[in-house]
Design a protein around this ligand. Structure first.
Ligand SMILES: Nc1nc2c(ncn2[C@@H]2O[C@H](COP(=O)(O)OP(=O)(O)OP(=O)(O)O)[C@@H](O)[C@H]2O)c(=O)[nH]1
Ligand SMILES: [Mg+2]
Length: 492
């Protein structure tokens, strides 16, 4: 077995930028052309597990270790056949399974591939992989199947990275935007931009190589027009390239308020299950509890917190400190108070603190327990002297809960703007390169507009071309390329 993990050398950290916390996998492993195998389904028990094999031995390996009841795998390409996985050494039956062979180049990786669909038992998986590794395959590195797909021209780097973000997608919107990227929307935009860029660069380089004064004047205006087009198209591309960190962490929605006002009850109601403990005793929730929901196709990280109050009790005060930290990092705060009481002086102290500490958050004043009569018979719900929406709810009879959800939907749709027809999701690496690319194009355009010596825009245009190559993977250093894939899951 080859030891393939090593920490990133100190001196290389700058070069790898955002990847500097990652353990690198030796790039050389990814460039071997041997046969790899790995489970593609998560570990643990499940009805079905899938094992993928790719490489020159893939089909012969599965023919050796699979006894088909009908036709053999590979005889009918891309068709599932039923049979049994066996150990070719002693004929021992490992599992009843399905097997399909995908001869290259019409496979995910572009090379010969095979899949076993067996029962999702850890023992079955372990035994099947043990046989595969004994018979000549080696364990696949993270993302190595997709890496091979890129290496064999089945997809470019932007599509490969979209596979990663599609797997990671936590909401319908993230899924749609990642899928659009996978289908090649970003690749097509980049290819068009690359063509225009090359055409501009060719003109500049030709003039540099064979200076011709008669040509210079005509070229000046043509080049200027070309650069204007290039800038316009690159700006349109940048606009379509949505980089939304909120897709990854979800929109952080914190439920806060004094003890016993019904925060945990609301948390459970929004989550749709009894996750948090609810009791009539103030101070029930000590630590924050997280849950994930989806609203308007966007991911929401919902957090129930310890009730905020002055306390000498050690555990509770740690919980309260944590609540305050969460509040300052939240996108939305559901501030819960009791409808029959209105905002108490304590509520107002909390709200004023909230306003000064988490000025980025959107606050919704949530008056809970609207099913209970007011504390005093002459109490009428006051107009709120805060600039935030107010909504009356009851977690007991559900009054107002739907209106609160609609209001939340509006807020989250606002925080992650609506999907446009052509937007796609880019990751941090792509965003960084895009920003750099835009700067270079703008510089080049400026030099040309000011009729500076052509060496200056030429330099920027060449670097911009290099940026595009870094985006589509055509000109990327192998070690950076494999670092990207090492972030994928094994089996993909
Ligand atoms: N009548 C009525 N009671 C409610 C409502 N919501 C919550 N309660 C009750 O209020 C009490 C406190 O509810 P919790 O959800 O535990 O309140 P909390 O704000 O999480 O309290 P702490 O965790 O102590 O800060 C429980 O007895 C709930 O059953 C409501 O809408 N109407
Ligand atoms: Mg609670």
């Amino acid at each position: 077995m080859i030891l393939c993990l090593f920490p990133l050398p100190e001196g290389d950290k700058e070069k790898f930028g955002e990847y500097n916390d990652f353990i690198m996998i030796d790039a050389r492993i990814y460039f071997r052309e041997d046969t790899i195998a790995a489970p593609s389904t998560p570990s643990g028990r499940g009805a079905i597990a899938v094992i993928r094999i790719s490489g020159p031995e893939a089909v012969s390996l599965c023919q050796r270790m699979f006894h088909a009841r009908g036709s053999k795998p590979g005889e009918a390409p891309r068709r599932m056949v039923y049979g049994a996985i066996i150990d070719p050494r002693d004929g021992d039956i490992v599992d009843d399974a399905l097997c399909a062979a995908f001869p290259g180049p019409h496979s995910y990786t572009g090379e010969d591939m095979a899949e076993f669909h067996c029962h999702g038992s850890e023992a079955v998986l372990r035994k099947t992989l043990e046989i595969l590794f004994r018979e000549g395959a080696r364990p696949a590195e993270p993302g190595e199947f997709t890496f091979r797909a890129v290496r064999n021209g089945k997809m470019d780097l932007t599509q490969a990275e979209a596979v990663g973000s599609l797997i990671e997608s936590r909401s319908q919107l993230a899924r749609t935007l990642s899928l659009r990227m996978l289908e090649g929307a970003f690749s097509r935009d980049l290819a068009a931009l690359k063509e225009e860029l090359i055409s501009a660069l060719v003109e500049v380089e030709t003039q540099l190589e064979f200076p011709d004064e008669a040509m210079e004047e005509r070229l000046g205006s043509e080049l200027q027009a070309k650069m204007d087009d290039l800038l316009r198209h690159s700006q349109a591309l940048q606009k379509r390239a949505v980089r939304e960190r909120r897709f990854e962490q979800g929109i952080v929605t914190v439920i806060a308020g004094r003890p016993n006002v019904g925060k945990s009850s609301l948390f459970n109601r929004l989550l749709g299950r009894e996750r948090a403990i609810v009791t009539p005793h103030p101070g029930t929730t000590r630590d924050s509890i997280e849950g994930t929901i989806e609203l308007a196709g966007r991911p929401i990280t919902l957090i129930d917190t310890a009730g905020l109050r002055e306390t000498q009790e050690e555990i509770e005060s740690i919980g309260i400190r944590r609540s305050e930290e969460l509040l300052s990092a939240s996108h939305i705060v559901l501030f819960v108070f009791e409808a029959g009481e209105g905002l108490t002086p304590d509520d107002r102290v909390l709200l004023d603190r909230l306003r000064s500490h988490s000025n980025q958050s959107r606050i919704i004043l949530t008056a809970n327990k609207s099913d209970l009569p007011p504390i005093h018979s002459d109490f009428s719900f006051p107009a709120m002297d805060y600039p935030w929406p107010v909504i009356k709810i009851s977690t007991v009879n559900e009054e107002g809960v739907h209106s609160l959800i609609s209001l939340l939907e509006k807020e989250v749709a606002d925080l992650i703007p609506a999907e446009t027809d052509s937007a796609y999701l880019v990751n941090a690496r792509q965003e960084r390169v895009l920003v750099r690319l835009m700067e270079r194009l703008q510089n080049a355009a400026q030099f040309i507009r000011e009729q500076s010596p052509l060496e200056l825009p030429a330099e920027d245009l060449r670097s911009a071309l290099h940026d595009i190559a870094e985006l589509d993977g055509s000109g990327m250093a192998p070690d950076i390329m494999t670092t990207i894939f090492s972030r994928f899951c094994i089996g993909k």
